[in-house]
Design a protein around this ligand. Sequence first.
Ligand code: HEC
Length: 256
Amino acid sequence: MLKSRLLALLLVLAPAFSWAAGEVHLEDAQIDLQDKASLQRGAGLFMNYCAACHSLQYMRYSRLAEDLELTPEQVEQYLTRGDLKIGDLMKTGMAKGDAQAWFGKAPPDLSTTARGKIGQEDWIYTFLKSFYVDESRPKGWNNTVLKGASMPNVLWELQGIQRPLSDAKPADGVCARGELDAKSCLTGFTIQENERGRLSEEEYDRAILDITAFLTYVGEPARLKRESWGVWVILFLSFFTLLAWLLKKEYWRDIH
Ligand code: HEC
């Protein structure tokens, strides 16, 4: 009985594990959905650097403002520039056809990118960290997480210009951090002195963590509330357990 249950559990979890253990090494994105300041910064960065190409078609600016507790100034600054209205859905201004022509691929809607798959936060975070210069590509950029990505590194001014470091592939052909090309493994990235970005490495990691947290929230806005309820549910259950234990003690006293 126990064995078959364990087996069933393994079968259910197997796809999640195999996905997480794909070819590329993903970094652990320690996002905190209760950290409103992080989500606010993420929203600001998204509007500045991503919204020109990517829509969040299921999200309304008004819901965002409410959930993230944005001040009227922040709403003005981030969300209602130009002819945007606070009640609008967050659709992109870029026409699909233009995007297709410019990038070879239309930028996907990101409202559900962070939903569903286990480890998707880690994927987005590592993706935003893994752009590097590749002269052989039409836009001059490549990405180790999404090989041949048609998205350029839109954050290069912040991050600086990364160049890949590599080693020859070992005999078994398995690269610990993912492969760079058929013959070599990626070992890391380097940024030359004169190609540094506006942010230090820690600041950049913080910025993309904020964007990742924001996209995770957008993928499932209800999770914000659910997570804060979770604490209350656990408190309630602990209290209830204590009560039950006290009651039991009371009843058994007479019996002993
Ligand atoms: C200049 C247009 C452009 C901008 C700006 C842009 N992207 Fe992209 N993005 C793309 C394109 C094109 C793709 C499709 C890449 C592919 O599949 O080859 C993409 C793909 C992605 C994906 C993968 C989605 C998936 O499900 O496959 C993520 C995540 C993403 N972008 C996040 C961002 C974030 C975060 C920003 C802002 C920091 C951003 N993008 C800014 C054009 C853009």
